[in-house]
Design a binder for this molecule. Structure first.
Ligand code: SF4
Ligand code: SF4
Length: 348
């Protein structure tokens, strides 16, 4: 597996423009555009249904360098959201209909203002989701109390675990990641996460290890539940099966393994109109570490900022944001294949 980020390798795909150029060239691989699939079902231009969720990428720094990371996160990434930008977000969402703030990264806990930010959001009565990579909890003693901190603020913890065995997990996320993840899951269970009647929600994210679509979410959930219980005495709530989108390190993987063309055809062939109607960008706003605004975390990585409205949190405009056209490209086929895919798993 790759141990260095694309950024560190000074790889051409570290640049958003290079990725967009590859994705935009649909003709040479003989697939329709995403727009051509939306038009006949009345979904173009794709419009928001409201803003229920603010998803905040608080920085690209991470203690892991996973093979398929769409953020190209890693220990060498220094992009970190400042408290000033966090304050602008708090000022924007205070008193609004935004129900949920979804914190992602990198490893969001590595941002030095992470705990302050969570406390401020919680004090507003909004729900907080943290996309925790698990290993951060055991990476350093200063993070060992994270389960207690999450519990105190009733945070929903969402964590990737590609498989219930070491070999497949480590192949995708790095040597030793599975063992540390199991240890962290036990620590979360110990404070009540994933346990019946605690209200402390612990969800897992499964994504395929190669160039194929995820299997049925309910079947995977049942399999993960029984194996993790039987082998490690671990409990969790829901499993989200998500599709790998063809951007950043997964795009690099697809090209290196000569799978890009076939994978794009597979996504297009599995286009599901119901999933298209339920894509997460319709009720979400994504904010980058430097305060810019996007329709989703994937558009953020491709530097496709919001259209026909303000593009920075300091100028957020509720009137125009709800009427903007959502920016789409060929990577969007990843959200509409099969049962659909979002940060909350299947959408249909
Ligand atoms: S833990 Fe998450 S953010 Fe970090 S490298 Fe892996 S996929 Fe990327
Ligand atoms: S990639 Fe982003 S913009 Fe495209 S459909 Fe998915 S959530 Fe929407």
């Amino acid at each position: 597996m790759s141990l260095a980020t694309l950024n560190r390798q000074q790889h051409e795909l570290a640049k958003a423009a290079s990725q967009v150029e590859i994705l935009d060239d649909n003709e040479s691989i003989g697939i329709p555009t995403f727009k051509e699939k939306l038009e006949p079902i009345g979904l173009f231009p794709l419009k928001p249904t409201g803003v229920d969720i603010f998803q905040i990428n608080v920085g690209k720094m991470c203690n892991q360098v996973c093979k398929h990371c769409h953020v190209d996160a890693g220990p060498d990434r220094k992009e970190i959201m400042t408290r000033e930008t966090m304050q602008q977000i708090l000022d924007t969402i205070r008193g609004t209909d935004v129900q949920t703030v979804d914190l992602t990264g990198g490893a969001p806990e590595m941002n030095p203002d992470f705990r302050w930010f969570v406390e401020e959001i919680s004090a507003m009565g909004k729900s907080v989701i943290v996309r925790c990579n698990l290993t951060i909890i055991v990476a350093n003693p200063k993070y060992n109390d994270l389960p207690e901190f999450y519990k105190k603020h009733k945070i929903q913890v969402v964590s990737s675990l590609p498989y219930f065995a070491a070999r497949r997990t480590d192949a995708q996320r790095g040597e030793g990641v599975f063992e540390k993840s199991i240890k962290a899951l036990k620590m979360l269970n110990e404070v009540g996460y994933g346990m019946p009647d605690t209200g402390l929600k612990l969800d897992l994210v499964y994504n395929p290890s190669g160039a194929f679509l995820p299997g049925d979410q309910m079947e995977l959930q049942a399999e993960f539940k029984s194996k993790l219980r039987e082998l490690y005495d671990i409990e969790f709530n829901e499993l989200y099966a998500i599709t790998n989108l063809p951007i950043s390190r997964f795009l690099d993987y697809l090209r290196n393994t000569d799978n890009y063309e076939d994978y794009m055809h597979e996504l297009v062939n599995a286009f599901n109109p119901a999933a298209a109607a339920g894509v997460m960008c319709r009720n979400t706003i994504s904010v980058s570490w430097d305060g810019y605004l996007y329709d989703c975390d994937f558009n953020q990585m491709l530097d496709m900022k919001l259209e026909n409205t303000a593009t920075h949190i300091s100028e957020f405009d509720w009137n125009t944001v709800n009427d903007r056209p959502i920016r789409i490209s060929q990577h969007c086929f990843g959200c509409t294949a099969g049962a659909g895919s979002s940060c909350g798993g299947a959408t249909t």
